[in-house]
Design a protein around this ligand. Sequence first.
Ligand SMILES: Cc1ncc(COP(=O)(O)O)c(C=O)c1O
Length: 369
Amino acid sequence: MIPFVDLKAQYDSIKEEIDEAIQSVLNNTSFIMGEELIKFEEEFASFCNTKYAIGVANGSDALILALRACGIREGDEVITVPHTFIATTEAISNAGGKVVFVDIDPKTYTIDVSKIEEKITEKTKAIIPIHLYGQPADMLPIMRLAKKYNLKVIEDAAQAHGAEYKGKKVGSIGDVGCFSFYPGKNLGAYGDAGIVVTNNEGIAEKVKLLRNHGRITKKYEHDIEGYSSRLDNLQAAILRVKLRHLNKWNKSRRRNDKKYNELLSNVDGVITPYEADYAKHVYHLYVIRTEERDKLREELKSKGIATGIHYPIPLHLQPAYKYLGYKKGNFPVTEKASQEILSLPMFAELNDEQIEEIVELIKIIKNNI
Ligand SMILES: Cc1ncc(COP(=O)(O)O)c(C=O)c1O
């Protein structure tokens, strides 16, 4: 049995530090907006090389609050891709915006920068590139377009803690960056949590207001209506411990990627992940591509190997987005990818023997298909 991610193995490796951090929050019973949160925000901002980091309740809220802090309002168009988790597009709608899709690049699975400009209209106000699977989107052309058309850029870095674009940490390149700390992420909490990072003081102040009921400084004074979306101190204390290990874990993920690539290089009909020249990929997911994907997945499952599909139904074909009027064939690169991609087990503690076992099984199954 090889799980898709192994949160228990990770916890066992840092148990003492984690237990101590949790106990210390329990001892001082400061659960909301306390010292641990302030420290974590400073440490995460420093990790991303941004001036500000504002902890929020989850990655989805990070996107909603970032969009609202960037001034997105009813009817504004926001460009993103149909090959992402629905949280990205939900956030656009929840902030009042209209989702506009652009297809992905077939090699990196991130937004195809050559197809953005044709979708920009007078109503376009922002672009959300997704650093999918841990690989940064091609940010430079995106930033050039944003400058030309006066658009905000909101990086969805939910899957890419520590990834770099031309030596810069993701989250620090656009106007604002959004991270999720959902437990299985490269940096995961023990529950829900998220954060917004930015170098823009105005955006940082607005997100701070929005996350805590529009409260200024006094308890029952509210500048605007906001949300109840704070990152609690227990999660912050856990994340502070885990942040200290993140570089080491990302290094292991990159090592595991190399091992998989090496072993899969002589397996016919399997395409291994592509790392762009500009990128330092952090392999939140290790995604291969093959034509007999469903059969391979089924057989691996029967042998105890857990896999995933990220994502099986493109967003433009989801019932939730029927109202946008897109049809099958509108985004062919996304549609083809959704039929062929398969995420293999990937986590820092995955070892060579496990990777060898997975690849051996893939070889045997492939030979029999
Ligand atoms: C690309 C992407 N964006 C946004 C989110 C939303 O994060 P959360 O689950 O913390 O709300 C996720 C997490 O699952 C994600 O993968």
